[in-house]
Design a protein around this ligand. Structure first.
Ligand SMILES: NC(=O)c1ccc[n+]([C@@H]2O[C@H](COP(=O)([O-])OP(=O)(O)OC[C@H]3O[C@@H](n4cnc5c(N)ncnc54)[C@H](O)[C@@H]3O)[C@@H](O)[C@H]2O)c1
Ligand SMILES: O=P(O)(O)OC[C@H](O)CO
Length: 336
């Protein structure tokens, strides 16, 4: 039997562990808080992140990384992106030789501008064919309620991507597609959070669907430009990990990033929005690293620029809208 270890008892880590366990894999969920781990094991629910959802009976939780990693074939990482480096550093001595490390995270590291797969390779000291990424339109709450969803499993080694695809394929609930373009799949997941913040701000200001469609479409142009500069396959961005995730996140009230932006657009202060946000909205931190990455590669990302302005530099949502709308007029395919 394939053994899988999932690190992170948040909404996506727990939901993905449910999929792995129901697909017939021996699955252990690691959490850092012993009280939540005990609650999961004693009640069969995750009261903090997925209240009311019954977890598979075979799924067990632990707060011991060594125990979770013992004999693991796949090590799935679902902690907030900015904490990955420190966490993985403490776990790496227990990672079995030959295990495949899988990122579910959608962020870019502050300071280094590295994608999560790059951080994993660096900290765990594993080659790229042992690192995979899973990303797509995957709002955890819907999937936890057993609504159908599709995703993308990316690895530069096709055989590894196919093995992981088999491990998490669970008809009629979860349908993974493979892709060899790790760079494109990761960028799609990280940058869509920044665009969802922008859409949220517009929605919070009372703007309608034309504005949302404009932001989504021009946001896709930004993601594609950055992807082209970093060597991604352009086709990835019209797939599930590109347009698919962008549409789901920018249009769903379940998205933490969109909701964060919506609260800012309604006039709440940054401190009030942070206090009201219990879960990880990756774009809040990653907007800065995405912008830094874009500048390093001389890529123009105007929506990302104003998101950084509004979230971190005190720019008002109205000023941000004015800046975007008064840019010099261009042909639609300019720079794409
Ligand atoms: N929730 C979704 O719908 C969804 C879907 C796809 C991808 N993702 C991505 O998955 C990743 C995890 O998101 P999530 O939704 O599960 O987050 P979450 O906010 O629901 O949970 C985060 C988890 O990480 C833990 N955590 C927080 N700080 C930590 C630290 N310093 N060290 C170790 N653990 C820590 C929390 O206790 C919690 O268990 C993010 O990168 C997110 O973008 C989320
Ligand atoms: O809730 P968000 O904004 O982190 O988005 C969740 C997922 O990434 C959607 O695919």
């Amino acid at each position: 039997m394939t053994k899988t270890a999932v690190f992170g008892t948040g909404s996506w880590g727990t939901t993905f562990a449910m999929i792995l366990a129901e697909a017939g894999n021996e699955t252990v969920l690691w959490g850092r808080r012993p009280e939540l781990v005990s609650a999961i094991n004693s009640t069969g629910e995750n009261p903090d992140y997925l209240p009311g959802i019954t977890l598979p009976g075979s799924l067990r939780a632990t707060d011991s990384a060594a125990e979770a990693l013992d004999g693991a074939d796949f090590v799935v990482l679902a902690v907030p992106s900015q904490t990955l480096r420190g966490n993985l550093d403490t776990w790496r001595e227990h990672i079995p030789d030959g295990a495949v490390l899988v990122s579910l995270m959608k962020g870019i590291e502050l300071g280094t501008t590295k994608r999560m797969s790059e951080v994993i390779r660096e900290v765990a000291g594993v080659p790229e064919e042992r690192v995979a990424v899973i990303s797509g339109p995957n709002l955890a709450k819907e999937i936890a309620q057993r609504q159908p969803a599709a995703t993308v499993v990316a690895c530069t080694d096709e055989a590894v991507a196919k093995r992981l695809q088999d491990v998490c394929h669970l008809p009629p609930w979860f349908r993974p597609y493979t892709n060899l373009d790790v760079v494109g799949v990761e960028l799609g997941g990280a940058v869509k959070n920044v665009i969802a913040l922008a859409v949220g701000v517009a929605v919070g200001m009372g703007m309608g669907d034309n504005v949302a469609a404009m932001m989504i479409t021009r946001g896709l142009a930004e993601i594609s430009r950055l992807g082209a500069a970093l060597g991604a396959d352009p086709h990835t961005f019209s797939g599930l990990a590109g347009m698919g995730d962008l549409v789901a996140t920018c249009t769903s009230p379940l998205s933490r990033n969109r909701t964060f932006g919506e609260n800012l657009g309604r006039g709440m202060t940054l401190e009030e929005v942070i206090a009201a946000t219990r879960q990880t909205a990756e774009g809040v931190k990653s907007c800065e690293s995405v912008l830094e990455l874009a500048r390093k590669h001389d890529v123009e990302m105007p929506i990302t620029e104003v998101v950084v302005g509004v979230v971190h530099d005190g720019m008002s949502p109205r000023e941000a809208g004015m800046l975007l709308m008064s840019r010099s007029p261009k042909p639609e395919r300019y720079g794409v």
